[in-house]
Ligand binder design. Structure first.
Ligand SMILES: Nc1ncnc2c1ncn2[C@@H]1O[C@H](COP(=O)(O)OP(=O)(O)OP(=O)(O)O)[C@@H](O)[C@H]1O
Length: 221
């Protein structure tokens, strides 16, 4: 579901090129929850952005949800995100002027769903994660953990099969972080492939596997 082979990436060029990822290979099966760990600067965010198609690798191949990303133009990659790949960041990025359910509807509306269809699927998504009672609240009326879970519901709505998250619990207390990891677990148990970059050792209680990045390389297990 997520495969990358010999992915390398440097920032800067020539003499000033700084290698950030060096020959990273991963093969994450459908329905797995993998934690991506490593010290600050080890390349976690860069790898997540490449897998999400937000940046391109200098070398190597990346296949996500059955699509080989390196062959695609940025606009085609963003279409894949809309259809198949949800991305969650440390900041929830909910739009403050929209209610929770309206936020979850957004990617569906972007795909041309009618208002009624989008509402139905968004409510189902919130319900699946136990968030139905928050549907009509605005982001500033719910807790940080709840916002992040609404963000996960938005990332998954419309049958997306892959979720990529970068430090999703970085701004949360331990209790909220647990619930967020539990939410990813639930998604993986439904067949979604989940990769979460995190510093938070709590993730070990929910993830199936951990990949450690050290200076841009996958550390042998
Ligand atoms: N756009 C960029 N231009 C230049 N250098 C960058 C850029 N983005 C990241 N880097 C550098 O690449 C290295 C890896 O950064 P990255 O953000 O992927 O690490 P990380 O493991 O996610 O760190 P953190 O845990 O602090 O988020 C760092 O040395 C960073 O300074």
């Amino acid at each position: 579901m997520i495969t990358c082979t010999s992915v390398s990436k440097s920032y800067g060029s020539g003499q000033h090129a700084v290698p950030v990822l060096r020959g990273v290979s991963l093969d994450l099966p459908k329905g797995s929850f993998t934690a991506l760990m490593g010290v600050s600067g080890s390349g976690k965010s860069t790898l997540i952005r490449i897998l999400a198609g937000l940046e391109s690798a200098d070398e190597g191949q990346v296949t996500v949800a059955g699509r080989e990303l390196s062959a695609l133009k940025p606009r085609q990659r963003s279409a894949i995100r809309l259809e198949a790949v949800g991305v969650v960041f440390q900041e929830h990025l909910l739009l403050p002027e929209l209610s929770a359910v309206e936020n979850v509807e957004l990617p569906l509306r972007g795909r041309g769903f009618s208002r009624a269809e989008a509402r139905k699927d968004a409510l189902e998504g919130l319900e699946f994660f136990g968030l139905a009672e928050l549907a009509d609240r605005f982001p500033d009326e719910i807790s940080g953990g709840q916002k992040q879970r609404v963000g996960i519901a938005r990332a998954l709505v419309g049958g997306r099969t892959v979720i990529l998250a970068d430090e999703p619990t970085g701004a949360l207390d331990r209790g909220s972080a647990r619930v967020v990891f539990e939410t990813f677990r639930r998604a993986a148990d439904e067949g979604v492939t989940v990769l979460v970059a995190t510093h938070d050792p709590l993730v070990g209680d929910w993830a199936d596997a951990t990949v450690h990045l050290v200076d841009g390389e996958v550390e042998a297990a």
